[in-house]
Structure formats: structure tokens, C-alpha cells
Ligand binder design. Structure first.
Ligand SMILES: Cc1ncc(COP(=O)(O)O)c(C=O)c1O
Length: 431
């Protein structure tokens, strides 16, 4: 089989995610035969650097021998079991480990199997928590420009028009407060004034404020100052609403610390994790929360306060084993320290884009680096041009409108970073 044969077969049967399928009349799909480290290999012998860790997930690259081995060992013991009424070692070990490495008050782990489900759980849990305490708080609060997933609850609290607009009539009650306009302290302070205002007026109807800590991923890698988070947490406490940290993208070292919340020295009431959790291998997510929230649901069954949410593949043992292996790698290889070096090398390369007249708004937080193309006209679809150019030159980039970003696996070398920037510079020449 070669690329073309597989492309034909694929288009006959598959409807791809987040894709206008008609684009594939001009844009060939790339069938991947195998992957190793940061490289993807297609059926025609081409290789591509995965500069975005697939969908921001493969933090140790692809087919890592250690993670592979741990999944294989688990596969011969238990592939899956219902997590209601039953349990298993990988889930217990993982829950214990996550509680150990998370901000202190987070003590209980609720399992799910993807990021959007974790968000649904966090929203339902927040609303239900207050309901169990006799308060009906029907609204959520989120930041403008936020993204929390594609299911209806997650879309409701998100703010990316492209995904949300058409479904507006179906969405749940949500209010939005302006996100800080940039990474400066001043922008954080200004946005906090807006947050305070809305809380003064509406907090009695709001269950939770949900944020992507420090980096709004799908909102074009928009970044803001940790001060915003720090003070937002204080305001949430003052106005009696819960703070949900959506660390689905930022978690597991991506922001430069294990969790982005650490940089603001705060502990959210609820924290959602997925993506890098299983090393990007298998669908898995968790929602961590406090004993206080857990206790608000703990009662006799007939009191009707139980949290009866579930997914069939919740806490899958293979996914939990991958997650345990991934967390072991963090310790064994001192990944957070290594990433600091890698991130400062990326910073130097980013700096070298400064002199390109079409480049603006260069920014970085930890292992996420981004910049924008000036005077972007969405109709021109230059993001598609850049995507195609990069692929032709052996790099997988997936620009978000005017934003070009990299979010590479942590195992990337300086030479490979050089190659990515060479290709980015080449792409800038063709615009
Ligand atoms: C911050 C954030 N939250 C939630 C999600 C949704 O996760 P999933 O795609 O696994 O549903 C994403 C996905 O990109 C995300 O970046």
C-alpha cells in the first residue's frame, strides 16, 4: 500500500475531526505507517517532525520504549474492567500519584476518558455541589477567547466562534469576563477589575469560574500573567464560587511547571487533566477535587445527592498504566529541569524571528512558543499554505488562523528545533 491508495480508501469511509472534508480535494491526507520519537513516517518513505505533539498529547514523542513496555505488561493482566463496583491497581496507583503531585487540597480523583468529558464532569460537579448545599447557581463564568472542548457543556464555556456559533441555541448558561489582553502585569490587573465587577453583580448565580491557566491553547496560544490567576482565586473565594483549572493542555510540564497553577501558587477547587496524562498514548482524563466537595456528595443513596456520572472507558487500565509510566519518566529523567534548557533554546530561536516584518506578538510560556502573522486575512487561508509548506519540508505544524506555534515533545533535540525554525523561516518567505 502507498499513500495514494490509502488516501482513496480513507476518503471513501472516514469523516475526519475538525475538518472541512472538501479541503481534501486539494490537500492530501497523510497516512502514517509508523512513528518513533518525534518523527512520523508515511507510506511513501517521507518523515515529518511532529512539532505539535500530535493533538498536544505525545509529551515523550511516539512509541517510547518504556511506556510501550508498561502497556504491554498491563495488556496481559487486565485490558479493561467496569470502574463502578470494581477497581484495579493501575487506577489506584495513578490516583494516589496524581494526588501526591497536585496542589495540596486536591485529594480525590474522578476518572473519565477525554478532555471534554472532564470538563462536563467539572461543570456538573460544581453545579451539583451547590445544589447539594441548597443553592441553585445555574451559571458558569469563563474567560473570553477560552476553549474547553467540543461537547455542549464545554462549548458553552468556550469562546472560539468557529466552533461555538452554530450551536448557540443549544448551550447552557454561561457568562464571560475579558481575558487579560497580554502577558503583562497591567493587563492582568485590568482584567481583574472586570472580573471583580461581574462577580459583585452576578456571583450568587454562578457555580464556578473555569479557566485555562496561563495559556489559552485553541484561542491562538494567548498567554497571560500568573498574577491574574492568583487574584482570581482570591476573588472566587470571596464571592463563594469554585475555581476550575482546565489544565488539559497546560498540565504535565507544558507550561514550564508540572501544572500551570503552580506559577500562581494557587490551588483550584477542581482541576481537569488529560492529553499528556497518558503520555498521549490512550484516551484518559481525570478531574481532581477537594475533600470538601467530595463530602458534599457523600450521604445515604436515598438522599439523592450522588454524583451519578459515568463513561464506559473511565479509568481504563491500559491508559492508567501508560500514565504511570509517563509520570515515572518525569522523575527518572528529571524532565522539568531538562525542559527549562529546551525552552530557553526555543526562546533564542524565537528571538531570531523578530526581524521578519510580517511577524508580530512573539510569545512563549514553557514548552509552548508562538507568534502571529501581521495583517492576516482569514479568506486567504495562509495557515493552510504554511501547513502545506511545512509538511513538504518535513515538519508537522498546524497554525491556528494567524498564529504559528510549536508545542514539541519534550525529547526534542536542539538540532531538531533548528530544523523546525529553518522550515518556519522558509514558510515566512513564501507569504
Ligand atoms: C484546554 C483544553 N480543554 C479541553 C480540551 C478538550 O479535550 P478533548 O479534545 O480531549 O475533548 C482541549 C483540547 O484541545 C483543551 O486544549
Amino acid at each position: 500500500m502507498n499513500n495514494i491508495k490509502l488516501q482513496e480508501l480513507d476518503l471513501e469511509y472516514i469523516w475526519h475531526p475538525c475538518t472541512q472534508m472538501k479541503d481534501h480535494e486539494i490537500l492530501p491526507l497523510i497516512p502514517i505507517k509508523f512513528a518513533k520519537g518525534i518523527y512520523l513516517y508515511d507510506f511513501d518513505g517521507n518523515k515529518y517532525i511532529d512539532a505539535i505533539s500530535s493533538w498536544w498529547v505525545n509529551i515523550f514523542g511516539h512509541c517510547n520504549e518504556f511506556i510501550n513496555q508498561k502497556i504491554k505488561e498491563q495488556l496481559d493482566k487486565l485490558e479493561h474492567v467496569i470502574l463502578a463496583g470494581f477497581t484495579h491497581k493501575p487506577a489506584i496507583k495513578l490516583a494516589k500519584k496524581l494526588v501526591t503531585i497536585s496542589p495540596t487540597p486536591l485529594k480525590k480523583v474522578f476518572f473519565a476518558d477525554n478532555g471534554s468529558s472532564a470538563i462536563e464532569i467539572a461543570l456538573k460537579m460544581s453545579y451539583h455541589y451547590f445544589k447539594n448545599k441548597g443553592q441553585n447557581k445555574e451559571y458558569f463564568l469563563s474567560l473570553t477567547n477560552s476553549y474547553h472542548g467540543e461537547t455542549l457543556g464545554a462549548l458553552s464555556v468556550g469562546d472560539v466562534k468557529l466552533y461555538k456559533e452554530v450551536y448557540k441555541p443549544l448551550l447552557i448558561k454561561n457568562l464571560q469576563t475579558p481575558t487579560p489582553t497580554d502577558k503583562s502585569l497591567n493587563a492582568a490587573k485590568k482584567a481583574l477589575q472586570d472580573l471583580k465587577k461581574i462577580l459583585e453583580q452576578k456571583a450568587s448565580n454562578i457555580s464556578a469560574f473555569i479557566v485555562e491557566p496561563l495559556i489559552q491553547g485553541a484561542g491562538n496560544m494567548h498567554m497571560y500573567h500568573p498574577y491574574y490567576l492568583q487574584k482570581a482565586k482570591e476573588l472566587c473565594e470571596k464571592y463563594n464560587i469554585l475555581l476550575i483549572a482546565d489544565e488539559i493542555m497546560t498540565g504535565f510540564g507544558r507550561s514550564g511547571t508540572m501544572f500551570a497553577c503552580e506559577q500562581a501558587q494557587i490551588s483550584p477547587d477542581i482541576m481537569c487533566l488529560s492529553k499528556g496524562l497518558s503520555g498521549g498514548y490512550l484516551p484518559l482524563s481525570v478531574v481532581l477535587t477537594t475533600n470538601e466537595i467530595y463530602q458534599a456528595f457523600y450521604c445515604d443513596y436515598n438522599e439523592g445527592k450522588s454524583f451519578l456520572h459515568s463513561h464506559s472507558f473511565t479509568g481504563n487500565p491500559l491508559a492508567c498504566s501508560a500514565a504511570l509510566a509517563s509520570l515515572e519518566l518525569f522523575e527518572k529523567e528529571n524532565i522539568l529541569k531538562k525542559n527549562k534548557k529546551t525552552a530557553s533554546y526555543i526562546a533564542k530561536k524565537l528571538e531570531s524571528l523578530k526581524n521578519y516584518p510580517i511577524v508580530t506578538n512573539i510569545r512563549q510560556t514553557g514548552m509552548v512558543a508562538a507568534f502571529d502573522i501581521k495583517n492576516y486575512d482569514p479568506k486567504e487561508r495562509i495557515n493552510l499554505k504554511i501547513y502545506t509548506f511545512a509538511l513538504k519540508n518535513g515538519v508537522l505544524l498546524r497554525p491556528l488562523a494567524q498564529t504559528i506555534y510549536i508545542m514539541p515533545p519534550y525529547i526534542i533535540t536542539q538540532k531538531e528545533i533548528d530544523k523546525i525554525f529553518e522550515v518556519i523561516k522558509g514558510a515566512l518567505q513564501i507569504l
